[in-house]
Design a protein around this ligand. Structure first.
Ligand code: C5P
Length: 399
């Protein structure tokens, strides 16, 4: 199999002397089976012609955010969704700064904001510009957000200076991305993830449940597949589609979830409890629908469900165990308590009193808490938060 078969690569080319190397980058990706589309900034066109990159990629060049014709052919959101991987090579200090500030005044900036693809940046600039505090700060911020930098390489620069700032060689860029994309940081690992709500039936039509769209758990499962893991997703009823490579275990109740989790954990290295498990279930299930005409009020006796996360930490302690804590006050303090009482390796807390994050939202902002540190992952799309969480987990298990 080719390294990048079925992979859509969006190559961003910005204005630097090394832009001429982008043709070779496209050629190498295509040789490995990728489909390549190219976005050029205006200044990139001063260094290499759009016609050259169009001929090598076999696709029309994208260069405008506000062009009606371009938008009708493939709109910027469509293009952002099309990409599995975005590589900006060469990437100038200006584009690095633009991405750091989330600016969208040209196509490249807008695409980065709109896309959920893995983003790689291969910088190329004068060494003093690279080493300047602003660029270095921007670089560190972007790395924290999960963007991967390739280079810059050391050596002689176009201006004669010698130091870091050269575009990494095309072969090395492809080799680097191949290693990360095809042998992710979690390759060889099996992860079991719980997601969504559970339903505790009262009678055939009524149930007790929790608020949960399942988006966070599904995003983690999707990101884990991309990072090379085998993924079991034990999910309550949600209206989401899962990646074909995920082993999906659909359940309704907490006790069904526990049964599936136990089966999966026999061969798992990591457990991530993301589900909003119902803490209680009705003690008795009525086979017949309870008629409201027969009852002016209704008492339902509830009994506690097993805490699945605690069960896993008690019985599969050799695995790396991660819980979630949805809190409305003293978010970090309460989560830290749970980390200890449930004996977890990591807990991820979020503040569900903020309606723009959590449950049904597409974005989240979380604190990743271990015994040693508390790390804030600022508000971002759930898929990006998922990738950052997995990067931290993989760094911790490889410590
Ligand atoms: O104690 P609390 O329910 O707030 O803890 C939340 C964490 O515990 C989440 O990771 C959730 O998936 C997990 N949990 C569980 N089984 C339960 C209740 C919560 O696995 N019965």
């Amino acid at each position: 199999m080719l390294n990048f078969s079925n992979t859509n690569i969006l190559l961003g080319v910005t204005g630097g002397i090394a832009a001429y190397k982008s043709a070779e980058i496209i050629r190498l990706f295509k040789k490995e089976g990728a489909s390549v589309r190219v976005v050029m900034t205006e200044s990139a066109k001063e260094f290499i012609t759009p016609l050259t990159l169009q001929a090598v990629s076999g696709n029309e060049i994208h260069d405008s955010l506000l062009d009606v014709n371009a938008e009708s052919a493939m709109g910027h959101i469509e293009l952002a969704k099309w990409a599995d991987i975005i590589l900006i090579a060469p990437c100038t200090a200006e584009t690095i700064a633009k991405i750091t500030h989330g600016r969208a005044d040209d196509l490249m900036g807008a695409l980065i904001l709109a896309s959920e693809a893995d983003v790689y940046i291969a910088p190329a600039m004068n060494m003093s510009m690279w080493l300047d505090a602003s660029t270095q700060d921007n670089y560190k911020i972007l790395e924290k957000r999960g963007i991967t930098f390739i280079g810059p390489a050391q050596g002689e620069q176009a201006c004669g200076d010698i130091g870091p700032g050269r575009l990494e060689e095309p072969e090395k860029i492809i080799e680097f991305i191949t290693k990360l994309a095809n042998k992710g940081p979690l390759s060889g690992k099996t992860i079991t993830i719980t997601a969504g709500p559970t339903r505790e039936q009262i009678d055939p039509v009524r149930f007790i449940s929790n608020n949960s769209s399942g988006k966070m758990g599904y995003s983690i499962a999707e990101a884990a597949i991309k990072y090379g893991a085998q993924v079991n997703l034990v999910t309550g009823p949600v209206s989401l589609d899962a990646d074909k490579s995920i082993n999906l275990h659909k359940i309704n109740s907490a006790s069904e979830m526990l049964d599936e989790v136990i089966k999966c954990m026999k061969s798992s290295d990591i457990f991530i409890g993301c589900a909003a498990v119902s803490d209680y279930k009705p003690s008795d299930y009525s086979i017949k629908k309870i008629k409201k005409e027969d009852n002016s009020s209704l008492d339902i006796e509830l009994e506690k469900n097993e805490d699945i996360l605690k069960y896993v930490s008690d019985n599969f302690s050799e695995s790396y165990i991660v819980g979630f804590a949805a809190e409305t006050s003293d978010v970090i303090e309460n989560a830290k308590k749970k980390l200890l009482t449930k004996n977890l390796d990591m807990i991820i807390s979020n503040d569900i009193s903020d309606k723009s994050i959590g449950f049904d939202a597409d974005e989240n902002e979380v604190n990743v808490i271990t015994k040693d540190e508390t790390l804030l992952l600022k508000k971002d799309k759930k898929i990006r938060i998922a990738r950052q969480i997995l990067k931290i987990i993989s760094a911790n298990i490889n410590k």
